[in-house]
Design a protein around this ligand. Structure first.
Ligand code: FES
Length: 428
């Protein structure tokens, strides 16, 4: 596939016709621009809010707080087995319908109906208003007109997405584009051993995506993860990806396999040698019943391949690792300079204690890397906000950063154009 070939000359950035000049980070430090992004991006695009395994039975539900979209949604499996989503708002007087002790915290469970805590209006799993306390006190109340407000929900390969744009007409698969099509068939449903991390981060949401969208930093920021001699070697040669690609607002980078398994064991730490596992996963990949990888995974079919990282705009990152495990990242903005980060690792259920420890070792290693990455973000955010320096040179390995910020900018400008023309919201 020509677009995956390493450019014969020039750079990846020029290959994809992306501007190579210094970049402003105003889009990450401006409260006004963030307010625009909320409507232009988070209320208009498909957002991944979870997996179907979180809804194992009829009546299983979970809530998702989408602060950036000014919304809370209920995602529920109905009595017919269908996955649906609703705004988490009672139609009587606007109380949040589903929550436990703290209204801003997400929750999950199994129920036969949703009952409002305030005056006990009840809704079916399909969103119909089924019971009104002292109904005769109301004035010609037509219950059929007061069901929960529907949110579009679709499932791709077990990942549940919602779209808050009532006028959206773009099906999820079309929105996700060629990267999603190329991954289809990967047995995500078998990776049911799940480990989650969640952190409140003091930076704009895009800055953390930036941190994971380039590996230029890896030999420096993460040098403590390697044995000293190996760290020196990696720093000397630096990092190169196998391939980059972009598709609409989405992007991907394909990477070599790092140290799984290492040719020389002394390049990794003793605990990794004992457990035969590290950041890239268990050295011996468990069987997930996959003879051939889907065509979109390791797209350049490089024997050194170790991991692909896909960014599905705006805030869903999906990493597929050679040793048959998957990592997802989500970045949920809570203000222009804060967001909630979620990291979730998926493995096949371990068959014995060693496999469990190998997975734990991998997850702990990921957490350590993640902390190192997150640690720089607040330092970056505060200095960007000082506006002492307003333009920054990005190298060719930082192509996906340029692409992400360009995509966000494009959504904002389209939104402003629609506002200026008074045009109604249309599908993205
Ligand atoms: Fe929900 Fe009154 S606000 S029943």
């Amino acid at each position: 596939m020509a677009h995956f070939s390493k450019p014969a000359e020039g750079s990846w950035t020029e290959h994809f016709k992306i501007d190579t000049g210094p970049r402003s980070y105003e889009d990450s430090i401006s409260p006004e621009l963030y307010e625009l992004e909320r409507d232009a991006i988070f209320r208009r695009t498909w957002l991944n809010v979870g997996r179907v395994e979180q809804l194992p039975r009829k009546g299983s539900y979970f809530t998702k707080e989408l602060d950036a979209a000014r919304a809370s949604v209920i995602v529920v499996r109905g009595m017919d087995g269908e996955v649906r989503a609703f705004h988490n708002v009672c139609r009587h007087r606007g109380n949040k319908l589903v929550w436990n002790d703290f209204p801003r915290e997400e929750t999950s469970g199994v129920c036969r109906q949703f009952t409002c805590k305030y005056h006990a209006w009840r809704y079916s799993l399909e969103g119909e208003l089924t019971f009104v306390q002292q109904e005769s006190e109301f004035f010609d109340l037509d219950k059929s007109q007061y069901g929960l407000v529907t949110v579009q929900a679709e499932v791709w390969e077990g990942f549940i997405f919602v779209n808050l744009d009532q006028d959206n007409t773009t099906p999820l698969r079309d929105y996700l584009g060629k990267f999603a099509k190329g991954i289809e068939g990967y047995p995500f449903h078998k990776l049911t051993q799940v480990h989650k991390y969640r952190a409140e981060i003091g930076s704009n949401w895009k800055l953390f995506i930036d941190a994971f969208a380039e590996f230029y930093h890896a030999p420096i920021l993460h040098q403590g993860q390697y044995e000293p001699e190996e760290a020196r070697k990696i720093q000397k040669y630096g990092y190169q990806a196998l391939a980059y690609d972009v598709d609409g607002p989405h992007s991907m980078v394909s990477s070599w396999g790092g140290v799984a398994p290492p040719k020389e064991k002394n390049v990794v730490k003793p605990i990794e040698r004992v457990l035969r596992s590290g950041l890239f996963g268990p050295w011996e990949a468990p069987d997930i019943g996959l003879d051939t990888l889907p065509p979109g995974v390791n797209p350049v079919k490089d024997s050194r391949w170790g991991m692909d990282s896909f960014v599905f705009f705006p805030n869903f990152m999906l990493l597929i690792w050679k040793p048959n495990w998957v990592l997802t990242y989500h970045y949920w903005p809570t203000s222009y300079n804060t967001h909630i980060f979620e990291g979730t690792a998926y493995f096949v259920p371990p068959k014995n204690a060693l496999e469990r420890l190998q997975q734990e070792r991998c997850v702990v290693s990921f957490k350590e890397y993640g902390l190192q990455d997150a640690n720089t973000l607040e330092a970056t955010q505060t200095m960007l906000e000082s506006r002492t320096v307003t333009e920054f040179p990005l190298n060719d390995q930082e192509i996906l950063l340029r692409h992400l910020h360009n995509a966000a900018d494009q959504y904002v400008r389209d939104h402003q154009r629609r506002q200026a023309s008074g045009a109604p919201s249309t599908a993205s």
